[in-house]
Design a protein around this ligand. Structure first.
Ligand SMILES: [Zn+2]
Length: 132
């Protein structure tokens, strides 16, 4: 179990994307990126953040409004659930279901934590991990 972006979900192989996030914000503040280049969350991302995301412990780095963190899941083991956004407790539930029905290797899938600001539409990948 681990907290952070994947509360209550058994994860491994964490890859942080904080460096890329900081780089994008620095380029924005330096004027090397336009705000519309980084604040471009589409309807799907914003709807998923509203319905399946959780409140981020950090405010939006662009406009300081409350931000959301949404989990997106990917992998063949998920079937039609692949590529969908899910609340953390549902990701944990899917992991338990797969562990009960699939073989050890077939049950793993990938989870992406994406930060989205519903106010200014800032969005960035925070972290990826393997759920097992
Ligand atoms: Zn914002």
């Amino acid at each position: 179990m681990n907290g952070g972006n994947f509360p209550g979900i058994r994860t491994k192989h964490h890859v942080s994307h904080e460096w890329e996030r900081a780089t994008a914000l620095r380029r924005l503040h330096q004027g090397n990126l336009r705000r519309e280049d980084v604040c471009d969350a589409d309807f799907l991302l914003r709807a998923a953040a509203r319905h399946h995301g959780v409140d981020s412990p950090r405010p939006c780095p662009v406009c300081q409004a409350p931000a959301r963190v949404t989990l997106w899941i990917f992998g063949d083991a998920l079937g039609r659930r692949a590529g969908s956004a899910r609340p953390p407790q549902e990701v944990a539930q899917i992991a338990r279901e797969l562990a009960a029905t699939a073989g050890a290797a077939a049950q793993e899938f990938t989870v992406h934590a994406v930060e989205v600001c519903p106010t200014c539409r800032w969005n960035h990948l925070l972290e990826t991990a393997t759920v097992y």
